[in-house]
Structure formats: structure tokens, C-alpha cells
Ligand binder design. Structure first.
Ligand SMILES: *[C@@H]1O[C@H](CO)[C@@H](O)[C@H](O)[C@H]1NC(C)=O
Ligand SMILES: *[C@@H]1O[C@H](CO)[C@@H](O)[C@H](O)[C@H]1NC(C)=O
Ligand SMILES: *[C@@H]1O[C@H](CO)[C@@H](O)[C@H](O)[C@H]1NC(C)=O
Ligand SMILES: *[C@@H]1O[C@H](CO)[C@@H](O)[C@H](O)[C@H]1NC(C)=O
Ligand SMILES: *[C@@H]1O[C@H](CO)[C@@H](O)[C@H](O)[C@H]1NC(C)=O
Ligand SMILES: *[C@@H]1O[C@H](CO)[C@@H](O)[C@H](O)[C@H]1NC(C)=O
Ligand SMILES: *[C@@H]1O[C@H](CO)[C@@H](O)[C@H](O)[C@H]1NC(C)=O
Length: 305
């Protein structure tokens, strides 16, 4: 089942009809359809597969070749091995594979058949090929498109689900879309997760699919679940909205707001987190940050070292 508009697009190959009997709307009905290799000289265009007519399975009309669907039906062997894709382009490789037959035989291939594929896309692509002989038992050597009708059931308006397409999708679904049967989101907007996208990203994650890791927020706080910014500034050694940038040389501490001491062994160079001078202190200075003068007044008012 698919949401929104869907154009039928057939490549090589085909089933008399793929159908679903639901209260959803047949989105493929009378939509543009295209066949990669039309049968030459015959009025069997892809438009016939979306014309809504399916009671007469004879190619010319007139019920003359409506044969029983069993293993003696020559057409059954042409469908074996078929695939159905949903894609946003006419290239099936860009889309998702909804179904591939690897197991049917002329006796077991169903007609009509239902394929459930809850996704969103623009094109439904049926394809089959006979390019790599030898073929499995029962396979026709031809991949003719013998599809009578291809129906695509879904909701015509994006953002709704349920059999009569009247229930609004959860508000944080990506692009407002959800599974038209159960209303679960097909993806979430940034900052949210869960089948209904109602949970904010946690555990120091944020953004699309909660796939980004927070920077070093003050006291290890969770960053904003959507944009990753730190609510109360940064921990030591980092700066920026997301506290993901290391202090430039010469600065240290919370939000990189402090200057390294000019009394450091290398003046103005220190550890970006602690402010500890690299390479000791200049003569006359001490402490890790070299901020305390070694010179101080002794109790008897002489200057001592
Ligand atoms: C297709 O699915 C619908 C809904 O589940 C069901 O009513 C119908 O019988 C199915 N048709 C076939 C041929 O399996
Ligand atoms: C088609 O594109 C939409 C985004 O516009 C995306 O949500 C969807 O998954 C795509 N469908 C396929 C089958 O790639
Ligand atoms: C293959 O087809 C047989 C007979 O129709 C069926 O019993 C079996 O479950 C199928 N296997 C797979 C993997 O679909
Ligand atoms: C269809 O083509 C694929 C390669 O694209 C090949 O692996 C497969 O065997 C072909 N099937 C038949 C029945 O020729
Ligand atoms: C999310 O992370 C996973 C695992 O690291 C990765 O496979 C996936 O592509 C990422 N998704 C996005 C949208 O970045
Ligand atoms: C991130 O979102 C918060 C909350 O909406 C907002 O206050 C903040 O300005 C945003 N930060 C950026 C960098 O957009
Ligand atoms: C750091 O140094 C700059 C200029 O060198 C000065 O403007 C600023 O006030 C100093 N910051 C602190 C916290 O001392």
C-alpha cells in the first residue's frame, strides 16, 4: 500500500492483476503509465494496466482466451521471478524493493495477488527479465508484460491514515507522513524518535534520527534535542552554541572565557581545560597556572624569594 500519488511504470515483463480490496483509494487509476519495451504493433500499452478494467483477461477483449489460472496456463510462466519496486524516480534502483518472486511455480503463483509495501514514493515499478538462461523449471523463456490491471491502494492526501484516510498522522512525523494502516510515522522530524515520534532525543543525542552527539554542555547537561545547543553554556575547554569547538590556543575554562597566563613558560599557552601552563612558569612565578608570584613579603618586612 502506498501513500499519495503513484504512477505506474512498467519495465519488461508481467501478472494479470495485482489488487487489494480495501477502503483505500486506487491511486493508480488512470494515472500515467509507461512500458520500457512495448510489444510492437499491438494496442497493449501500459495505460491498459491502470484503466480499471479487469473482468476480461483477454488481450484483445472478448473473453476468448480467459483460460483457467493453473499450471497449464502459458502466461503463468511469464510472471515467474517478477519484482515490484516503489521509487521516487523511474530508476527502480533508487527505490525500495517491495517484492521479488523467488519461490512461486506455475502451480502456486497467485492471481490476483496482494503485495503489502508500506512506503511513500512516486512510481510503482513492475519488472521481470529473461536474460540469464538457463531458467528455473516452469519459467517461460519470455518476460512479456501480461498484466491486466495494477492497482495501488493508499490515501490521496498526505498526512492522513486509516481506512477512510480521515485520521491525522502524529504531528512529528517526517514530512507529516505515516503508515496509512496503523498511523506509525515513516520517519521523524529532527529531535524526535519512537514509532509516533513523540519522544525527544535523550542520552546526549540530538537531531535527525537522534543521530548526532551533544557537545560538552555545562555539567554534562543534555543539549537541546533538536538543534544541539547547550542550554546553560559550555563545560571547560569548549565553546560555541553546541559546545563542540575546542578552545583556541591561549584560552581555557568554561566557554573558553579565560586567558592563559602570560607568565606561562610559553607565555599565553596553557591546557584548554585546566589552564595549566605547558612547560612550567616564567622565572618568579609559580602554581599550575603561574599566577602566583614567588616574591612575597616576609614577616620581618624583608623581601624574600
Ligand atoms: C488482498 O488483501 C485484502 C485485504 O487484506 C483481502 O481482502 C483480499 O482478499 C486479498 N486478496 C487476495 C487475492 O489475496
Ligand atoms: C521518496 O522521497 C521522500 C522524500 O521526499 C522520502 O520520504 C521517501 O522515503 C522516498 N521514497 C522512496 C521509495 O525512496
Ligand atoms: C515457497 O513455496 C512453497 C509452496 O508454495 C511454500 O510452502 C513455502 O512457504 C514458500 N517458501 C518461501 C520462502 O516463500
Ligand atoms: C534477471 O537479471 C538478473 C541480473 O540483473 C539475473 O541475476 C537473473 O538471473 C535474471 N533472471 C532471469 C530469469 O533471467
Ligand atoms: C545514523 O547513524 C547510523 C549509525 O551510525 C548510520 O548508519 C545512519 O546512516 C545515520 N543516519 C543519518 C541520517 O545520518
Ligand atoms: C536551539 O533551540 C533553542 C530552543 O528552541 C533556541 O533557544 C536556540 O536559540 C537554538 N539555537 C540555535 C543555534 O539555533
Ligand atoms: C583576555 O585578554 C583579552 C585581551 O588580551 C582581554 O580583553 C580580556 O579582558 C581578557 N580576559 C580575561 C578574563 O582576563
Amino acid at each position: 500500500m502506498f501513500r499519495e500519488d503513484a504512477s505506474l511504470f512498467c519495465l519488461l515483463g508481467f501478472l494479470p492483476f495485482l489488487s487489494t480490496v480495501l477502503a483505500y483509494e486506487n491511486l493508480a487509476l488512470n494515472k500515467p503509465a509507461w512500458q520500457q519495451f512495448p510489444y510492437p504493433g499491438r494496442p497493449w500499452g501500459a495505460d491498459k494496466a491502470v484503466d480499471g478494467l479487469k473482468s476480461d483477461l483477454d488481450a484483445y477483449g472478448g473473453q476468448t482466451s480467459n483460460l483457467a489460472w493453473d499450471e497449464d496456463n502459458g502466461q503463468a510462466g511469464r510472471f515467474l521471478g517478477y519484482s515490484v519496486y516503489v521509487s521516487n524516480s523511474t530508476n527502480r534502483e533508487d527505490g525500495v524493493l517491495c517484492f521479488k518472486d523467488t519461490n512461486y511455480t506455475r502451480a502456486t503463483i497467485p492471481n490476483p495477488t496482494n503485495i503489502t509495501c508500506v512506503t511513500h514514493g512516486r512510481y510503482v515499478i513492475y519488472t521481470n527479465n529473461r536474460t540469464h538462461p538457463p531458467y528455473p523449471a516452469g519459467y517461460s523463456q519470455y518476460a512479456f508484460n501480461d498484466i491486466c490491471e495494477l492497482e495501488v491502494y493508499g490515501c490521496p492526501t498526505p498526512g492522513y491514515y486509516g481506512e477512510d484516510c480521515s485520521l491525522p498522522c502524529p504531528q512529528n512525523c517526517q514530512e507529516g507522513r505515516c503508515n496509512i494502516v496503523d498511523g506509525t510515522c515513516l520517519g521523524c522530524i529532527p529531535g524526535y524518535t519512537g514509532t509516533a515520534c513523540d519522544k525527544e532525543c535523550a542520552d546526549n543525542r540530538f537531531g535527525f534520527e537522534c543521530n548526532s552527539t551533544c557537545g560538552k554542555c555545562l555539567n554534562g547537561e543534555q543539549c537541546n534535542h533538536v538543534n544541539g545547543s547547550c542550554p546553560n553554556g559550555c563545560d571547560e575547554g569548549v565553546f560555541g552554541d553546541k559546545c563542540d569547538k575546542e578552545c583556541p590556543v591561549g584560552l581555557f575554562g568554561y566557554n573558553c572565557r579565560e586567558n592563559c597566563s602570560m607568565n606561562c613558560g610559553v607565555p599565553g599557552k596553557c591546557d584548554r581545560v585546566t589552564g595549566e601552563c605547558s612547560g612550567g612558569c616564567q622565572p618568579g612565578w609559580r602554581d599550575l597556572q603561574c599566577k602566583i608570584s614567588k616574591v612575597f613579603f616576609c614577616s620581618d618586612l624583608r623581601i624574600c624569594a
